[in-house]
Design a protein around this ligand. Structure first.
Ligand SMILES: Nc1ncnc2c1ncn2[C@@H]1O[C@H](COP(=O)(O)OP(=O)(O)OP(=O)(O)O)[C@@H](O)[C@H]1O
Ligand SMILES: [Mg+2]
Length: 511
């Protein structure tokens, strides 16, 4: 007889009103295996692991841990049973330090019964170091970038010493170097007999680390495959029910006049903000009809550059920024929008969406001025426009009236995209626009970006995914410590060239 799995879920079902998020799902996790869970946005992955981790307590079906049926009344009980979870939407407390977040609710005590801060800091620093990260554990989580917060979340899960570790898109905000560290950690855990459930939209990752793949589609199991045997095409076929040929589509629009020209842009901060890298010598050009990529490691200053270009920067800019030949110095997102510059931010929760407002209201928000006449929103027109835009991006929502917070992670990202597109921008700034978006929807977004470029919009796109930059962009600008260190045209942009420059290698300049 083979050993009982660590966890066995049988006939799991969950409804949210009319939405059948999970139905009849069977899933098991064995000791020492990485079991990947794949599926399109809204397929039910997060719902399933929210059930396993005790977040959702009202569901159908049975969960067994080590062969015994359990019914968790909350996340604490799941944790006590040895199940640790890294959730897709990070749930850290911004006002607390890294150390406090890692040990939240189970703070080590001194003999006097007070919280043992020194031990907490040491423990947090140790776990972060395993991940190749040397953040000061005293720093407030609210001051961290999304990728850094993700590392803190992972450190917290590691510190639990769990038998089962669930990771819901742990690498969505990580750059390649951090992903490699995480994989090394996963390999160690697997050797130690931990069972791992791993959710990701990055298929290349799955091929590297998964021992087993289960694909969900519309809330049911579409199939289980061995990733060593199944081809990527078969897996995609299971996910979306068709193969996705030519993921990146075709570019090749004719670049037009210069939309954005940046010369020696630097931002001086009165007081440096830890963990932020302001522009310190950025040079780049985006022409109408071009897609220009921004590459760099975490902390290279990509997000800060985009923020500076929307007027949400963190200090006084010097140097020259020209938009369509005229000086451009926005004082905030509104004034950027007035010049036709739209921004899709990295963190949809903080900057992108009002979660308890409806999908429709969120989508309409920035476009309101163009849809308003004599102070009234032209409701019918607005409704139609919003519906069209959501349909164009294949946003999966029960209706435009549901709160955007009830959508799956990837669909929330698509709503952020939709609302910026409705402002009809001339220059589109994108920070990790396909983070958490499934492969079918990615293809749709890439096609859309090409279409937008073909209509003469300029696009500047920051991405941690090299293959995305390579597949999509006419040119890749590499930043290192806030500086432009290389400009690589598509023909000479290889992963090696980008990485070498991103790590501060040779300062190569190709016109
Ligand atoms: N709290 C909720 N209220 C209403 N509907 C919900 C809620 N949570 C999830 N849903 C719906 O359940 C379905 C499955 O969502 P889920 O978050 O599990 O998808 P997912 O596979 O994790 O997708 P993604 O890849 O985008 O993260 C979706 O249609 C979603 O809108
Ligand atoms: Mg999810």
């Amino acid at each position: 007889m083979t050993e009982a799995p660590l966890v066995r879920m049988t006939a799991i079902g969950k409804r949210f009103g009319s939405v059948h998020a999970c139905r009849g799902i069977d899933l098991s996790v064995r000791a020492g295996e990485v079991h990947a869970l794949l599926g399109e946005n809204g397929a039910g992955k997060s719902t399933l692991i929210n059930i396993l981790s005790g977040v959702i307590t009202d569901y159908d079906g049975v969960i067994e841990v080590n062969g015994k049926p359990v019914r968790f009344a909350g996340p604490a009980e799941a944790q006590a049973a040895g199940i640790a979870t890294i959730h897709q939407e990070l749930d850290l407390v911004p006002g607390l330090s890294i150390a406090e977040n890692v040990f939240l609710g189970r703070e080590p005590r001194t003999r006097l019964g007070t919280v043992d801060i020194a031990t907490m800091r040491r423990g947090a620093a140790d776990h972060l170091r395993t991940l190749g990260c040397d953040l000061d554990p005293r720093r407030l989580v609210g001051s961290l970038r999304v990728g850094e917060q993700q590392l803190v979340e992972i450190a917290r899960a590691l510190s639990l010493d769990a038998r089962v570790l669930i990771m819901d898109e742990p690498t969505a905000a990580l750059a390649d170097a951090e992903v490699e560290r995480l994989f090394a950690t996963i390999a160690e855990l697997r050797r130690a007999g931990v069972g791992i459930v791993y959710i990701s939209h990055r298929l290349a990752e799955i091929e590297v680390i998964a021992d087993r793949v289960t694909v969900l589609r519309n809330g049911s199991v579409a199939g289980s495959v061995d990733p060593k045997v199944a081809s990527r095409d078969e897996i995609i076929q299971l996910m979306v029910g068709r193969s996705v040929a030519g993921l990146f589509g075709n570019g090749g629009g004719d670049p037009g006049k210069v939309m954005l020209e940046i010369r020696d842009l630097a931002v001086r901060q009165r007081r440096p903000v830890p963990g932020r890298t302001p522009p310190a010598g950025v040079n780049l050009t985006v022409r109408a009809g071009e897609i220009v990529g921004l590459a760099g490691l975490m902390g290279a200053g990509r997000t800060e550059l985009l923020e500076t270009l929307t007027g949400a920067g963190i200090g006084r800019p010097s140097g020259e920024v020209l938009l369509e030949g005229r000086p451009y110095r926005p004082r905030g997102p509104r004034s950027a929008l007035a010049r036709g510059v739209a921004f899709v931010p990295e963190d949809r929760r903080l900057a992108g969406l009002v979660l308890h407002h409806s999908v429709a209201d969120n989508t309409m928000l920035p476009a309101l001025t163009s849809l308003t006449r004599f102070g009234f929103v032209r409701r019918a027109l607005a409704g139609r426009t919003v519906r069209d835009q959501l349909a164009a991006l294949a946003v999966k929502a029960a209706s435009p009236a549901v709160p955007v917070g009830t959508l799956s992670g990837g669909n929330q990202q698509k709503v952020v995209f939709a609302k910026e597109l409705l402002t009809r921008p001339r220059l589109l700034l994108l920070d990790e626009p396909t983070r958490g978006v499934d492969i079918g929807a990615k293809a749709e977004i890439y096609k859309l970006l090409h279409q937008l470029a073909a209509t003469g919009i300029g696009i500047l796109l920051a991405s941690s995914e090299l293959h995305e930059l390579l597949g999509l962009c006419d040119r890749v600008v590499v930043l290192y410590r806030g500086r432009t260190v290389a400009v690589l045209p598509q023909a000479s942009a290889t992963p090696q060239a980008i990485l070498a420059a991103a790590m501060g290698g040779e300062a190569k300049e190709t016109p």
